[in-house]
Write a protein of this length. Sequence first.
Lengths: 200, 231
Amino acid sequence: MSIRLYAENLTHSFGEKKVFSGIDLSVYAGETVAVTGRNGSGKTTLCRICAGLLDPSGGGVILSDGDNVLPRAPSEYVAFISPDMRWYNELTARENLEFFTRDRAGMINAVSLTERFRIADALNEQVGAFSSGMRQRLSLAAFFSMPCVLRIMDEPSSHLDEEGKHILWELLSKNDGIATIIATHDWSEISRAQRRISLA
Amino acid sequence: MIGVKFPGLSGGFPLRDILILIRKDLKVEARARYAMTVAFAFALCAVFMEAVSLGGVQSTARVHSAIIWVTVFFSTTQVVSHIFTREGDEGTELILRVRFHSRDIYIAKFICSLILVTPVALCAVSLYLFFFSIMPASPVLLILLVIAGSCAVAGGSALPSMLASRARGRGSLAALLSVPSVLPALIVLVRGTAISMTEADASLNDVFFLTAYGLFMAGVSVFLFDFSWKE
């Protein structure tokens, strides 16, 4: 299996407060790694560093497609989802997806995923009227439509009902060769991952 | 230890992404209408109060133009600061950061600010001229100055607005932080506007200066924006 993400001796602090130190992480193509730990242990911070959204205080991260080192730029090679992501309430779900996917092929893919997540009927409604579960389904449809070599999911099943979780895991269990990092507290998700990293 | 420092996004100048961002910003502003409504209301109230308090007082063209541009500045910086701070206020920043390069986000927000600020500035100036019954000697020059002045205000107050979005003061802080970077443009605007009120054949030098100033500030901000945009 070829490596997708390699991180060594990662350290991060917010001011005086050290979040974590000495984290080593490697994720291979087609592999799912669960990142666990108590609240405040740095799961979200680790995800954002791996996604290129945050620079670590120490250590380094390499992203690879197997042959080449890739720029650690989230919009190009990494798909990222987080409960902190908010959609534009003034726009419809379709307009939000058009904006997010940026091209026709991505949009077609995203719309078919909204059917899978059972929110296709609400595509022309403003997101401001959506429940938190519907927003999460929209985020997941957008997330899975992104072409990438690495998926980073921070608590992907938050706000989802059992049906939503089931669809999520169906999509994740497809062997599409994409490496996946999932930060979660959910044992049903942890048990589905091939490996687990626990942050103290 | 791995010490690789990754570059930003590779590739050329993604005009398509900038257009997507501008369209999104304009659509959101058109539906929310908050920033524009507040800016127009602020301009109207300010000009009305100026007319009531200064009505009948004889003032020079220089004094009129100074009052006009102070009004325009505080009306328009609210729009610019809203464009830049809204993403942080409404939590949509992460969506942008996940999908778009900070350079494209800045350029789109600058252009969007310019599109929204210009009608506010034109409206504020027109209202002032109407309330004070002033007929400019060179209306074309005045219109060009307002458009170029909007460019200067948008360029000069964009980065301070972004910095303010990181602080708690938000919109009100943005206007204060913008004063030093917009001040040189305001001085030229006051002088140019006074000339446009009194001279029919004034030169366009001030218009060129203001446009260049706005674009220069916007250009500098493109490089600095990344630092304020990052977590």
